[in-house]
Write a protein that binds this ligand. Structure first.
Ligand SMILES: Nc1ncnc2c1ncn2[C@@H]1O[C@H](COP(=O)(O)OP(=O)(O)OP(=O)(O)O)[C@@H](O)[C@H]1O
Ligand SMILES: [Mg+2]
Length: 382
């Protein structure tokens, strides 16, 4: 078999940019291909504002299909950004009533608007949003470990502790807050500001409220920044004490966009006990450290299953992962949430466990996590 790098460039030579008809290799849209011996691939894709965002998926899939590739990461860049002009902050249009077109009331203007004459600036100075209170990112390296579950239940636990809480879905590729919170409607727009929805005493905004269900979640990298900024700036959050951000898995665009868009006061990193999840979570922790966001603590989710007959814990996914990670990073393990079928049920039916079964072990544990998060933030920012 030819070397991996050669197979990657061959595969990418077969991926055509629908706009230009040229393949992405010949058009030099792909840069900085890097591979590891164990089959992880990372590359940069230059995507112009008029390029079709499906290209990101096509590029990823072309590489994913290759034998021996276990992981593909595509960093999307705006070609204009590679030019050495200094980034300048230009006003971007706020979401406004104009989004409410007949028959298309839930489309986001950034998606179907004609391409702007100039690509939007990508790296503004972080803006402070004092009305949001303490901004907390809930993140993980690996997908499916329970970030959204933790974020939603943590938000409700904070609200139950008397705090004013907002939560935003930064997982624009697979927004799942609407399902988990059982709210799904097009938010109203008043005075050019979006009114967040409310559920269980918390304010919520999710891209899931704004896009058509059938619309494939294909977003250009540069747009991630724009959406995140609009969610922070153009939503009428009122005055909050805590603002939670449910991140997509990984350490990609959305994570960086968020920390570039505003000051994140702290991160909660979620892992499961398995070694793979722990390894990925470690990368997540490192990313926050690099961007000077304090990690408030590690939450181990699906830690154990309680045998209903004996009450004894069974380590379904192995044990000790959270603790190892916490030790390695010198961070506190602020919670171990058991595997509980009611969590999944509640997630699927829009009844988060902290509200539905407040006396359960899992709910109590999440309440404890909320306490620890508040304490850790108070220690840091008085
Ligand atoms: N402690 C738990 N016990 C039982 N089920 C759980 C638990 N935590 C999460 N789940 C279930 O696992 C699934 C994945 O959880 P969730 O969507 O919160 O993960 P995620 O990290 O946000 O995933 P993604 O990376 O896709 O955003 C969901 O169906 C959820 O209900
Ligand atoms: Mg999620």
């Amino acid at each position: 078999m030819p070397p991996l790098m050669e197979r990657i460039t061959d595969a990418l030579s077969a991926v055509r940019n629908p706009r230009t008809g040229a393949d992405v290799m010949a058009a030099e849209q792909v840069r900085d291909i890097a591979t590891t011996v164990d089959g992880k691939v990372r590359l940069t894709l230059l995507l112009a504002p008029d390029d079709d965002a499906t290209l990101v998926r096509d590029v990823r899939q072309a590489v994913e299909r290759l034998d021996g590739v276990i992981d593909v990461r595509v960093d999307v860049r705006d070609p204009a950004q590679s030019e050495p002009t200094p980034a300048r902050r230009a006003p971007s249009p706020p979401m406004s009533q104009s989004t409410a077109q007949p028959g298309k009331s839930r489309a986001l203007p950034v998606m179907d608007a004609a391409p702007a004459p100039k690509p939007p600036p990508r790296v503004p100075d972080p803006v402070q949003y004092p009305n949001l209170g303490r901004i907390i990112a809930v993140s993980s390296g690996k997908g499916g470990v329970g970030k959204s579950t933790v974020a939603v239940n943590l938000a409700i636990a904070l609200a139950k502790a008397g705090k004013r809480v907002g939560i935003m879905d930064a997982d624009i590729y697979g927004p799942n807050l609407p399902l988990m919170l059982g709210v799904d409607a097009a938010p109203a727009v008043r005075d050019e500001k979006i009114i967040p929805l409310e559920a269980y005493g918390i304010k919520v905004i999710s891209l899931g409220f704004l896009i058509e269900k059938e619309q494939p979640a294909i977003w250009r990298g540069p747009i991630v920044m724009k959406i995140i900024t609009q969610f922070l700036r153009d939503v009428n959050w009122g005055q909050l004490d805590y603002f939670l951000v449910d991140m997509p898995p990984g350490t990609g665009d959305a994570q960086l966009s968020l920390v570039q868009a505003t000051q994140v006061h702290g991160a909660v990193v979620v892992t499961t006990p398995q070694q793979v999840a722990v390894g990925d979570a470690l990368r997540g922790v490192k990313m926050f450290e690099r961007t000077a966001v304090p990690v408030l603590g590690i939450v181990e989710n699906m830690s154990y299953f309680e045998n209903p007959e004996t009450g004894k814990p069974i380590a379904v996914f192995g044990s000790g992962g959270g603790e190892r990670l916490a030790k390695e990073c010198d961070l506190p393990l602020i919670g171990q949430i058991p595997l509980d079928p009611r969590i999944q049920e509640g997630g699927d039916t829009g009844r988060p466990i902290v509200d539905a079964e407040p006396e359960s072990k899992a709910a109590k544990m999440i309440q404890q996590v909320a306490q620890r998060v508040m304490e850790r933030l108070d220690e840091r920012y008085r």
